[in-house]
Design a binder for this molecule. Structure first.
Ligand SMILES: Nc1ncnc2c1ncn2[C@@H]1O[C@H](COP(=O)(O)OP(=O)(O)O)[C@@H](O)[C@H]1O
Ligand SMILES: [Mg+2]
Length: 227
């Protein structure tokens, strides 16, 4: 199996003025293509910082991150933008949908950036919404949908470019248990169809949906076995 992600002694220190926060203090881990991994840790342990680095939304201040064998620090800004747009699908806790746009327009956005023709964009956006069970809500705006439905729109947007890697940061954090189960069922399907899925959460019940759980604590991998 090819390794999709390899982090070696990854560090991230935030500096503002003379204040420094060591959010990641040397993370070494790898994730194989097609794996479903949960990263679990308490609030403030560095999960979102790690997700930003994994998603090429931010860069480490130390160590190396290789994505599909390429050291991310050697990629140009244009290459990084291409990776973010075409190879990774993002899902966030707060859905991050544009409120004035109907569901299908939100979903087609990554395809706009990818330069896909208008008719093809609409077709693929609607197909993605059908896949998450929202074929009858394509013209609804986010405010006209429940939280669980909004997160399913966000999942449709994440998969519309057919990315190899799905990164989700606390995707069920704002959802009731029924909607959480719906969203986790979608990730299970994405995993079964061969994608690599990384799910970041502080909830053990959510982490249990993954094949493997990596625990982090104070910016380090926690080697202790859970009781
Ligand atoms: N942009 C930032 N500037 C300064 N400190 C930050 C920033 N983002 C996160 N931190 C700090 O880094 C640590 C890890 O944060 P974060 O990665 O958001 O943790 P988690 O997602 O596990 O709650 C925390 O102490 C947080 O306050
Ligand atoms: Mg977080």
């Amino acid at each position: 199996m090819t390794t999709t992600l390899q982090l070696t002694d990854v560090r991230k220190t935030y500096s503002s003025g003379h204040l420094e926060v060591e959010a990641l203090r040397g993370i070494t881990m790898s994730v194989d293509e097609g794996e479903y991994v949960a990263v679990m840790g308490p609030s403030g342990s560095g999960k979102s910082t790690l997700m930003h680095i994994l998603g090429c939304l931010d860069v480490p201040t130390g160590g190396t991150y290789e994505l599909a064998g390429t050291d991310v620090s050697r990629m140009t800004e244009a290459e990084l933008a291409e990776v973010r747009n075409r190879r990774i699908g993002f899902v966030f806790q707060g859905f991050n949908l544009l409120p004035s746009m109907p569901a299908w327009r939100n979903v087609e956005l990554p395809l706009v950036y990818a330069g896909v023709h208008r008719d093809e964009r609409r077709r693929r956006a609607i197909a993605a919404l059908e896949k998450v069970g929202l074929g009858d809500r394509v013209a609804h705006r986010p405010g006209e949908l429940s939280g669980g439905q909004q997160q399913r729109v966000a999942v449709a947007r994440a998969l519309v470019t057919d990315p190899a890697l799905i990164l989700a940061d606390e995707p069920t954090g704002n959802l009731d248990s029924r909607s959480s189960a719906d969203v986790l069922a979608l990730f299970a399907e994405l995993h079964e169809s061969g994608r690599t899925v990384m799910l970041i959460t502080h909830e053990p019940e959510v982490a249990a949906a993954a094949q493997r759980v990596v625990r982090i604590r104070d910016g380090l991998i926690d080697q202790r076995v859970a009781a």
